[in-house]
Write a protein that binds this ligand. Structure first.
Ligand code: ATP
Ligand code: MG
Length: 155
């Protein structure tokens, strides 16, 4: 589907704001308009998983931001958190199914270590890319490159 970035991320924001409000996390979004070529329901799952991970990584004074920008070739989205971060040894394993850095995270009802594995599959389906940059105790930045669509209302 061709969908407006601002419409798509407004839904992401509406879905996630009640959760960040409840946990006193400062959640900000800055989305440059563009048209994206995505399957909206699947891509909502991606952003929900990534925001859920950011939320779980935060203890106090949490800050999560989503930034969306047009690039020459595609559309770049960054999800930035100031949570616990991931050390370099675990960083290349977190996309594996059932992999969790802190096994005690399974105390969080519903944590299975599947979020990033599912996210990775959906990203591949879209011929998109996702990179994870993280610094232990500082935070994590996820960068996603999405294919651009067209404003079909104008064709
Ligand atoms: P589920 O997503 O199935 O509820 P999960 O969140 O533990 O469980 P993944 O989303 O696959 O599983 O993430 C795997 C692991 O990667 C997490 O358990 C966590 O240790 C680490 N991780 C992922 N995102 C972040 C992040 N933003 N900050 C710190 N650690 C993270
Ligand atoms: Mg997860």
């Amino acid at each position: 589907h061709h969908i407006s970035a601002q419409v798509f991320f407004e839904i992401v924001k509406e879905t996630f704001t009640p959760i960040t409000n409840q946990e006193n996390i400062n959640f900000t979004m800055d989305i440059e308009e563009s048209y994206l070529w995505i399957e909206p329901d699947l891509m909502q799952t991606v952003f929900f998983n990534l925001l859920d991970n950011a939320r779980k990584a935060i203890k106090t004074d949490g800050q999560i931001s989503i930034i969306g920008r047009n690039t020459l070739q595609d559309y770049e989205v960054k999800i930035i958190d100031n949570g616990c971060g991931i050390d370099s040894q675990n960083l290349n394993k977190v996309r594996e199914a059932f992999y969790m850095v802190d096994k005690s995270r399974s105390r969080n009802a519903g944590s299975a270590g599947l979020g990033l594995a599912i996210t990775d599959q959906i990203i591949q389906l879209h011929h998109a890319t996702m990179t994870i940059d993280s610094t232990l105790y500082i935070g994590t930045t996820i960068t996603i490159h999405l294919k651009k669509g067209e404003n079909i209302e104008k064709i």
